[in-house]
Design a protein around this ligand. Structure first.
Ligand code: PHE
Length: 475
């Protein structure tokens, strides 16, 4: 029997604390690893422009919707949706999208922690290189032990071939995430964001300046901002939409959960805009940091997912001061990943507290431990279980290993589904006066939001969902 919803009673200490934590949740591997990868693969400019349009026309209205639900609900995602539904005379059954979102967050966390583990290796913190490098008097060589392309490629393959190493790093990263979330909203999540986000921005600006001074900034700007519309295929539009959802942390009830810790004040519209603008700026800056370096060394921007793990380490090592800046680059990704992984764990944790009545440490341990175990399956998919295809019966995932299956299933099915249900719920079911009073939007902004969330979002997200699941209809 599900207990009646309890409020967790926790809250942010200020509006800026909420913004920092929410920006921390949004800025992650999605901005620094996935965005440059996709932009590089899709030929730059055209992808970037469609991506920005998706963020502001679809993403931003959804950000505001999720924060609204949390702000009104004041508890975990499921309980919050139920509360908004009750105040809007809608069915409590709508809370199902909170539950799907929480499951998606839990699943994403499992592989996110594995990928963050690779970053630990490249930062030289694991894998022995760091110690070797220090003994050799070159502390920052850890990130860049290879001498040529083949050696760097070998390094990536060696890492994938070692389940023990992958497991240790996954354990370390998940342990850190668990530790922060177990300490609670105020002394865990908020504190982590207040220390880590300023450090993140200093590192980011430093690395962009490094790219501008030592790299080929002109080519990078031309690549990222000159659209070649012939490159704009339906697949590219589809991936731009999917990336916008992922990067803004939409569809996992994360912003519902974080929004529920807002205790007072309105101004939800400007808060949402700040989150979307900050997340987009970070993605663009990540592009302006990575591509000048890639171009300076004459490498291929379309390397795919190994851009950051193979192309970039090679580029760094050919650059002046590259060892130090390469190391700092991986520290930057790590910082971004931590502030996102804690938001992923917080969603199911809040569910355990709000709906099951568990204590915070118990809920953190159950969901963090569960995601850790699923992550072990993901990392074994790179070595011992390389042949396992969990959804092999489904043509879409026929060739996909364990980690990519979870990534693909959450990204192509669960996130768009939750985003669609959120848009329909807010656009068509939620009480207008409640929306108006809670968001405090001006009449024109309110009208625009209502139009985007009731019409554009459901239509566009349905298109992503359908074309994502049945790519053959595009051909
Ligand atoms: N937005 C995060 C990123 O860009 C990923 C994420 C998705 C985090 C969903 C939380 C929830 O890396």
């Amino acid at each position: 029997m599900v207990a009646t919803t309890q409020t967790t009673g926790e809250g942010w200490s200020s509006r800026s604390a909420f913004i920092l934590a929410a920006v921390g949740a949004a800025v992650g591997l999605g901005n620094i690893w996935r965005f440059p990868t996709l932009a590089g693969e899709s030929g730059g400019g055209a992808f970037v422009i469609v991506y920005i349009a998706c963020v502001f026309l679809l993403g931003l209205p959804l950000v505001l919707s999720e924060i609204f639900i949390g702000r009104v609900g004041q508890t975990d995602a499921v309980g919050s949706i139920r509360r908004v539904a009750a105040q809007s005379h809608a069915s409590p059954g709508w809370s199902i999208f909170g539950a799907i979102g929480a499951v998606a967050a839990f699943l994403i966390l499992s592989f996110y922690s594995v990928v963050a583990g690779w970053v630990l290796y490249y930062a030289g913190i694991f894998g022995g290189d760091f110690v070797q490098a220090i003994t050799a008097g070159e502390p920052f060589r850890g990130a860049l032990a290879g001498e040529n392309q083949e050696q760097i490629q070998q390094r990536l393959s060696d890492m994938f071939a070692s389940p023990g190493l992958l497991l240790t790093m996954h354990l370390f990263f998940m342990g850190l995430t668990l530790f922060i979330v177990a300490r609670g909203v105020h002394s865990g999540i908020e504190k982590a964001a207040t220390y880590l986000m300023p450090a993140f921005f200093v590192l980011l600006v430093g690395l962009v300046l490094y790219g501008a001074i030592e790299g080929d900034m002109g080519d990078a700007i031309a690549f990222l901002f000159t659209p070649d519309w012939s490159k704009l295929t339906p697949e590219v539009m589809n991936s731009a939409l999917g990336q916008a959802l992922f990067s803004l942390s939409l569809g996992v009830a994360g912003l519902i959960t974080y929004g529920s810790y807002i205790k007072e004040g309105s101004g939800l519209g400007s808060t949402s805009a700040m989150i979307a603008v900050a997340d987009t700026c970070v993605a663009l800056l990540a592009g302006l940091m990575i591509f000048p370096i890639v171009f300076a060394v004459g490498l291929d921007p379309a390397a795919g997912p190994t851009l950051v793990f193979q192309t970039l380490p090679f580029a760094f090592q050919a650059m002046p001061g590259g060892a130090l800046f390469g190391f700092l680059f991986f520290v930057l990704i790590l910082v971004a990943a931590v502030t996102s992984s804690i938001s992923l764990l917080e969603v199911p944790t809040a569910y355990g507290i709000g709906e099951r009545g568990w204590s915070r440490p118990k809920s953190t341990l159950i969901f963090g431990g569960g995601a850790f175990v699923i992550g072990i399956f993901c990392l074994l998919g790179y070595n011992l279980w390389a042949d396992v295809r969990p959804l092999g019966f489904w043509s879409l995932f026929a060739e996909t290993d364990i980690l990519d299956t979870i990534d693909g299933f959450t990204g192509k099915v669960m996130l768009p589904l939750v985003a669609l249900l959120t848009a329909v719920f807010i656009g068509w079911k939620a009480d207008r006066n409640l929306l108006r009073a809670t968001t405090g939007l001006s009449p024109w902004a309110f009208g625009l939001w209502r139009f985007l969330i009731a019409w554009l979002c459901p239509i566009a997200v349905t298109i992503i969902l359908v074309t994502g699941l049945f790519p053959s209809i595009l051909t």
